[in-house]
Write a protein that binds this ligand. Structure first.
Ligand code: FE2
Length: 334
């Protein structure tokens, strides 16, 4: 049974189920598509992707995420070629305001957050703490960890419905006031932190004047610290995104900022407020994190897997791990 009538190639792709998979509004989360035949070439795969591109795009938005398993991808180049077949506009890491340190492998492909294995990266929408964010992202498991290292995924439209039921005032404040994020960027890249990207790299500048010009263009406020670090505070950013058709997602980095923006420069207590500057009740933020955890699916990475995540619908993070874990990422512009 294939759901892809456009499939005229040799490739037999079928929807499969996993025990831990979830169902929301009658849609599997994530959708899991497995390539059933061995010996297919990457060119065959690219042809199949190109023929089914629109359908895959629609399914990503509907399900929140698609996990591709059993496709013949081994290297960063294979992953790049797979993504290229979708013909989505590329979002370059260097153009982002991401606070993670990353290394480019190809023009489209870079290492996912390189924070140490014992650091949990909490659930978030990619770059929703900045005014510039990708619409979708791809992950590729180049090498699965010995233990742990799953990518947790959470349907944040489902989460927002739950928040509206359980913490209606908090949900309303998020929707109406938006959020302000504040973080301290180091004077040079700090690879030991999940948010160690220097201010020079973040804003693609070499001088303080350059950084100030970029900050003011983006509507940020800022403060230079004695040690050369930069505290930057965003303009008011949306915390809830209208997905159309009555769907709304909890589109922000509230959980990640509240629980995880912690390093030698950053204190989570100072990381986030409502858009009018009023503080969040920590109990509400904790409740949001707990509710999200309750509805999280952990991608059980196998080497060669690819996940396509609709960044407006699903949040992602990273579990701690042991051994070597190499998960690569690529972003799609809005
Ligand atoms: Fe991320």
């Amino acid at each position: 049974m294939t759901e892809f009538p456009e499939n005229k190639s040799m490739i037999d792709v079928q929807e499969i189920q996993l025990d831990t998979q979830q169902t929301w509004q009658e849609n599997a989360f994530p959708l899991i598509l497995e390539c059933k035949n061995s010996g297919v070439s990457l060119d065959d795969v690219r042809e199949w992707v190109a023929a089914n591109r629109d359908e895959l795009d629609r399914k990503a938005a509907k399900h929140g995420s698609i996990l591709f398993r059993g496709f013949p991808l081994e290297t960063d180049q294979d992953f790049d070629a797979f993504i290229a077949a979708f013909d989505f506009p590329n979002f370059k890491y260097e153009d982002s305001l991401s606070n993670a340190v990353r290394t480019n492998r190809t023009e489209r492909v870079f290492t996912a957050n390189e924070a140490p294995p014992d650091v949990t990266i909490f659930l978030h929408h990619e770059m929703a703490q900045t005014p510039i964010y990708p619409s979708k992202l791809f992950f590729f498991c180049e090498h699965a960890a010995e233990a742990g290292g799953a990518t947790p995924l959470c349907r944040s439209d489902v989460l927002f419905e739950k928040l509206q039921e359980e913490c209606p005032d908090f949900a309303k404040n998020c929707e109406e006031k938006g959020l302000l994020y504040s973080n301290v960027m180091p004077d040079s890249d700090d690879p030991n932190s999940g948010m160690g990207r220097s201010w020079q790299s973040t804003f693609s500048v070499e001088t303080r004047e350059g950084a100030e010009a970029a900050l003011s263009k983006l509507g940020y406020s800022h403060e230079w610290l004695e040690d050369g670090c930069l505290r930057a505070t965003t303009p008011v950013l949306q915390a809830v995104r209208d997905l159309g058709g009555g769907r709304k997602s909890f589109f922000n980095q509230l959980i990640a900022a509240f629980k995880g923006w912690k390093d030698e420069r950053n204190d989570p207590a100072k990381a986030i407020t409502f858009g009018d500057g009023t503080p969040l009740d920590p109990a509400d933020a904790e409740r949001a994190a707990d509710l999200a955890e309750d509805i999280t699916f952990d991608v059980p990475w196998q080497t060669g897997d690819v996940a396509l995540v609709d960044n407006y619908v699903a949040m992602h993070g990273r579990r701690t791990f042991s051994g070597t874990r190499k998960v690569l990422a690529s972003l799609v512009a809005a």
